[in-house]
Design a protein around this ligand. Structure first.
Ligand SMILES: *[C@@H]1O[C@H](CO)[C@@H](O)[C@H](O)[C@H]1NC(C)=O
Length: 411
C-alpha cells in the first residue's frame, strides 16, 4: 500500500503536468448509450502472435500487444468494497515485456467523468466510482493518469481508427468501457473465496494455493505482487484479437512471476462495506469490451453443433434430440453436467458420465451466439458427421475429418 500510493503519487504528478484543461464541445456528442464499433475482424492472429508484419494497426494492437489487466487489493487504507479487488488499469506492454508510456499528450483528457457521461457511458462511470478507486480518494486524477499514461499508447485507439464523426475523446470512452467490461470477467475475490482463500487477520497462504485456485477458475496463471508480505496486486495477461474497442481478449499465462514470496502470504481484511451484491456479478459472457451480450450464460442449455445436430447426454454428437446440459460458473469459467454425470475432456475427447472429472470450459461470444470453448479454443472435431442414430465422439481441436463449433443455447 505504501508502494501503491507512492507509485500513483509520483506518476500522477507528471500526468497532471501534461494534462491541461481540455474542453468538450457539447454539440457533437453521441446520443446516450451510443457505442462505437471498430469494424475490425477478430478472426486474425492475436497480438504478439503474428508471423508476418501487420499493416492495419487500427485492427491489430502493436507494438503494445501484451495486455495486463491489473487489480489492487488495498487495505491500508482500504479502498473499494471489502469483497472485491479494484481496478488499477489495462496496460499495453510490448511483446517482450518492455513498454511505452505517455504516448500522445495531445490526448491527455481531463474530466473523465463528464466525458463518460456525455458519451453515454454513465453506467461505466458508476461502476468505476465503486471499483476503480484511488487509494487517496483522487479517483478523477487516477483515471486521467491511467488514460494518459497507458491508454494513449494503444495503436487500435488512435483517433484515426475511430468511425468518422466520432466526438472528441470517444477512444478514451471506449478504453474505460473495455477495462470495466474485462474486469467484470475477472472476479479475483470470488475465485479465491470459492477455493476457501479469504481475507484474514491471522491466516497466511502459499503462492501456489492462490495461483492454482485462480488458474482453475480462469484457465490461466496471473502474476501476484505483494507489499510487506501481503497480497497487493494481481495482473491478468492477454493478447488481443482485433481492436481494444471491441476485440476479443485471449487470456494467457503471465510471462513472469510477480513479487510475492512462495509462502506465508497475508491476505489482509479490508475495512469498509461490502459490494452489497454478495459476489460481483459477471454479466459479460466473453472477454470483450463495450457491448454487453444481451443473453448471459444459461444454466440449462442445449449444445448445438454449427453444421448439424447437437450433443447427447454422454457428450457425443448426434442428430437425435438434444440433451440438457446443466451449467455452473461464469462465462469465463464453468463446468457442465448431464443426467449421466459430469462432463470433462480427457485425452482430447469430451465425455459426460458418472466417473468423469469435470473440466472447466468457457463461453466465447461470436456473432451473437455463445460458443463452447475448451482451453480457450472454440474448435471441435469428429471423424464423421452424424446421421440417423449414429453418435460421433467429440474431440477438441481440428485434427479429425469434420470441424465445427458448438453453440450454447438456452434450454
Ligand atoms: C507483427 O506485426 C507488427 C506490426 O506490424 C510488426 O512490427 C512485427 O514485426 C510483426 N511480427 C512478425 C513476427 O512479423
Amino acid at each position: 500500500m505504501i508502494a501503491a500510493a507512492f507509485v500513483l503519487g509520483s506518476l500522477v504528478g507528471s500526468a497532471l503536468a501534461d494534462s491541461l484543461f481540455t474542453p468538450f464541445d457539447l454539440s457533437d456528442l453521441f446520443a446516450r448509450n451510443a457505442q462505437i464499433s471498430s469494424g475490425c475482424s477478430t478472426t486474425g492472429s492475436a497480438s504478439c502472435h503474428n508471423t508476418t508484419k501487420q499493416s492495419d494497426l487500427c485492427c491489430f494492437e502493436a507494438p503494445g500487444g501484451l495486455l495486463l489487466q491489473t487489480q489492487f487489493w488495498d487495505t491500508d487504507p482500504s479502498t473499494g468494497p471489502s469483497d472485491s479487488w479494484t481496478i488499477h488499469g489495462l496496460w499495453p506492454d510490448n511483446c517482450d515485456g518492455t513498454y511505452s508510456e505517455n504516448c500522445d499528450s495531445s490526448r491527455d483528457y481531463t474530466d473523465i467523468s463528464s466525458l463518460l457521461t456525455a458519451q453515454g457511458a454513465s453506467d461505466t462511470l458508476s461502476y468505476m466510482q465503486k471499483y476503480w478507486v484511488d487509494i487517496n480518494g483522487k479517483d478523477e486524477t487516477f483515471w486521467e493518469h491511467e488514460w494518459s499514461t497507458h491508454g494513449t499508447c494503444y495503436s487500435t485507439l488512435n483517433t484515426a481508427c475511430l468511425p468518422s464523426g466520432s466526438p472528441k475523446g470517444a477512444e478514451a470512452v471506449a478504453f474505460f468501457n473495455t477495462v470495466v467490461g474485462l474486469f467484470k470477467t475477472l472476479p479475483t475475490y470470488e475465485w479465491l473465496a470459492a477455493a476457501g482463500i479469504t481475507p484474514s487477520s491471522s491466516k497466511t497462504y502459499t503462492l501456489s494455493a492462490i495461483t492454482s485456485a485462480l488458474k482453475s477458475a480462469s484457465g490461466v496463471t496471473p502474476a501476484l505482487d505483494c507489499s510487506s508480505g501481503a497480497l497487493n496486486q494481481i495482473s491478468y495477461y492477454f493478447n488481443l484479437k482485433g481492436s481494444l474497442i471491441d476485440g476479443d481478449f485471449v487470456a494467457i499465462d503471465a510471462p513472469k512471476k510477480g513479487s510475492c514470496a512462495s509462502t506465508g502470504l497475508k491476505y489482509p481484511l479490508k475495512t469498509g462495506s461490502s459490494s452489497g451484491s454478495g459476489t460481483p456479478t459477471v454479466p459479460i459472457p466473453h472477454y470483450s469490451g463495450s457491448t454487453p451480450t444481451p443473453t448471459g450464460l444459461p444454466s440449462k442449455a442445449h449444445l448445438q453443433a454449427s453444421t448439424t445436430g447437437s450433443l447427447l447426454t454422454a457428450g457425443t454428437w448426434s442428430t437425435q434430440t438434444a440433451a440438457t446440459y446443466t451449467i455452473s460458473g461464469s462465462a469465463s469459467s464453468f463446468t457442465m453436467s448431464t443426467s449421466k454425470g459430469n462432463c470433462g475432456v480427457s485425452s482430447g475427447s469430451l465425455t459426460c458420465g458418472s466417473g468423469v472429472t469435470a473440466s472447466t470450459f468457457s463461453a466465447v461470444s461470436s456473432s451473437g451466439s455463445l460458443l463452447l470453448a475448451y482451453s480457450g479454443s472454440t474448435s471441435w472435431t469428429s471423424d464423421a458427421s452424424p446421421s440417423g442414430t449414429t453418435q460421433e465422439t467429440v474431440y477438441t481441436g481440428t485434427s479429425h475429418s469434420v470441424d465445427y463449433t458448438i453453440a450454447i443455447v438456452s434450454a
